[in-house]
Design a binder for this molecule. Structure first.
Ligand code: ATP
Ligand code: MG
Length: 599
């Protein structure tokens, strides 16, 4: 490829809207063009990078048994009604919908479980065809609340999504493991340092899931891990051991006057000053009032008011709470959970609500850390009063006791104990680049996608699903591979592997001829090479290729007269002087070695 035909347009200044390195550099180097809010045009260079990423992904998923297909992006509402997810996705407003001229509604694929389950139900008849995995790399749409950070979080993006179908759980576990290995190979081949963590399954659902994270300070996910036990989990789902509540003996339940103390800090302060009680927030039960939106079978959505209890020094984890609500309201589809708004009427003295007498709520979900914790302080369900010496298992309102569910609904932090080793957990940030789920029969049972089992009976498929954010991966790669001058792509996903720059004096035909010869040799050797034949001074040429991030650069300049050229390694900046005659061979060796090392 000749650079003069590439329409290279690079910016010298950082675009104001870009906060993180990948967004800034991809815009500056002309990879990306903002076409609308959260919408991007992928330029010629990015298209090359994405092709390389997609090729590696397809290679490894195929090697793990995947069959590549292409599914429609427009998905009929009726199909989503069959799985029961139309309502869930409408409630969370993550699905973009379109209506055709006949008034029929479609969702624009946020994911494709429904489409592929329906397909498998039709083309897979017998256990003899199992297991089978279908995958695609196609456009997905999600109406994100906050599209940001360039390719990281967009409304329209490219995802590799794979779906596996099995006769039983053992077969699913085997494929799940194969996929996890494939993922490790995929990210290693792209030069990305990625690691697997336990994850929440979100709206996709299922019984087990892992996310693949690329470590980066700008990552939107928080990971808790222990280097002692190897435990690693997304904070949305991480378990842990809380430090014990502050020691306190108080066997008698007493109502105390706590004026103007509707917050935890205020009640702790008032109890200290007015009642000489030396406790802290760990001895208070935080009672929050939530609204859980449900879709009972065969009826419209309804809302329940639910009391949510956590220790006073901790927060409610709303991802865990949604899962807990799904477990608590088994017979109904839980659409969403949210804290009650101030303007929503509820006959309770907000700020003084507690699980003791008079709470009048039919549902309570309490964090497991409150089990057997001993005496606590709770709101007395009366403005300006609290109860002290409250034992949840002994003193709860009978209505609360009847409906109480214990679950893990709180957020753990760095410093809490590791659930495996007890050692303090550590924290780091990560970019989620991939996700694997064990779905079980959630979709196949709902959609009646069945096969003939060995015993002649019809059974729903056991399923798994697997996603990689192919376009987000490009941004994550830039986060891990850049320096002050620009991007330092790993060879496997760079838009070009080598750039050849003639930088002779105007009209220096020897230099141009040397550059052209090396360029031709590299092309013949199968190297992805670009010849910078643009009529530019050396400085701007160097700057452009540093910014664009091509891994190897051959500069043909003054040395040509003595039969040498300069070979620069973009990452690390090493420079070699190599004979003109063997320069192409040297680059060829370097590229092959780098690719072999990546795997
Ligand atoms: P997130 O938590 O970041 O919103 P998710 O868990 O909802 O992502 P999945 O349903 O697991 O996403 O989708 C599979 C992969 O698709 C993710 O691991 C991620 O790499 C990518 N992805 C998801 N949403 C987006 C988006 N809005 N923009 C770019 N890539 C995305
Ligand atoms: Mg995910």
């Amino acid at each position: 490829m000749r650079a003069s035909l590439l329409n290279l347009v690079t910016l010298r200044e950082d675009p104001a809207e870009a906060e993180i390195a990948s967004h800034r550099l991809l815009l500056r180097a002309g990879y990306l063009y903002k076409s609308g809010a959260g919408l991007y045009l992928y330029g010629p260079l990015l298209t090359r990078v994405l092709d390389r990423i997609k090729r590696i992904v397809a290679d490894e998923i195929s090697a793990a048994g995947g069959l590549e297909v292409t599914m429609p992006i427009m998905q009929e509402q009726a199909l989503w009604e069959r799985s029961g997810r139309w309502a869930t996705y409408q409630a969370s407003r993550t699905m973009l919908t379109v209506t055709d001229r006949n008034g029929q509604k479609f969702g624009l694929a946020p994911t494709a479980e429904e489409v592929v389950t329906d397909y498998a139900g039709s083309v897979v008849q017998s256990y003899k065809q199992l297991p089978v995995t279908f995958f695609q790399q196609h456009t997905k749409f999600r109406d994100e609340i906050r599209p940001r950070f360039g390719l990281m979080r967009v409304k329209e993006f490219i995802m590799m999504d794979a779906y596996s179908f099995h006769a039983n759980d053992e077969s699913l576990t085997r494929t799940y493991e194969l996929m996890r290995i494939a993922y490790h190979r995929i990210f290693a081949r792209m030069g990305l340092e990625a690691f697997a963590v336990e994850a929440d399954a979100g709206a996709i659902g299922g019984s087990g899931s892992h996310e693949f994270m690329v470590a980066a300070d700008v990552g939107e996910d928080t990971i808790l891990f222990s280097s002692v036990s190897g435990y690693a989990a997304n904070v949305e789902r991480a378990r842990g051991v809380m430090p014990a509540a502050k020691p306190w003996t108080c066997s008698e339940l007493t109502q105390v006057y706590t004026p103007g103390s509707s917050s935890i800090e205020a009640v702790v302060a008032v109890l200290k000053v007015n009642h000489d009680l030396d406790i802290d927030a760990s001895r208070v039960i935080k009672t929050l009032v939530y609204r859980v939106e449900l879709q009972p079978f065969g009826a419209g959505p309804v809302g329940h008011i639910v009391a949510v209890l956590v220790r006073g020094d901790r927060e409610v984890n709303e991802v865990k709470l949604l899962n807990a609500a799904r477990r608590a309201f088994l017979q109904q589809e839980v659409l969403s959970v949210r804290k009650l708004r101030d303007d929503e009427p509820v006959s309770l003295p907000m700020g003084y609500v507690g699980p003791g007498p008079g709470m009048h709520l039919s549902y309570t979900i309490a964090d497991e850390s409150l089990k057997g914790v001993g005496p606590m302080v709770v709101g007395a369900n009366k403005k300006d009063y609290h109860l002290i010496g409250f034992d949840l298992e002994r003193d709860a309102d009978p209505k609360v006791t009847r409906s109480l569910t214990w679950d893990d609904i709180t957020t753990y932090h760095a410093g809490d104990g590791c659930p495996l080793s007890g050692e303090p957990l550590q924290e780091r940030r990560g970019i989620e680049v991939g996700h694997v789920f064990k779905l079980g029969t959630k979709y196949s049972a709902a959609m009646k996608a069945e096969f003939m089992a060995e015993d002649g009976k019809r059974q729903p498929f056991v399923m798994g699903c697997y996603g990689i954010g192919s376009s987000r991966v490009a941004a994550a790669a830039v986060e891990q591979h850049h320096d002050a001058d620009g991007i330092t792509w790993p060879v496997s996903i760079a838009p070009f592997q080598c750039a050849v720059l003639p930088v002779g004096k105007p009209g220096d035909q020897a230099v141009d001829a040397a550059a052209k010869a090396i360029y031709d040799q590299l092309r013949a050797a199968g190297i992805d090479v670009v010849l910078d034949d643009r009529d530019l001074k050396p400085g701007p040429k160097f700057k452009d290729w540093d910014l664009i991030g091509v891994p190897y650069r051959i500069v043909c300049g003054r040395g040509v007269a003595e039969g040498v050229v300069e070979l620069k390694h973009r990452a690390g900046g090493a420079v070699e002087t190599v004979p003109l005659a063997t320069a192409a061979e040297r680059v060829n060796t370097l590229v092959r070695e780098a690719l072999t090392k990546l795997g």
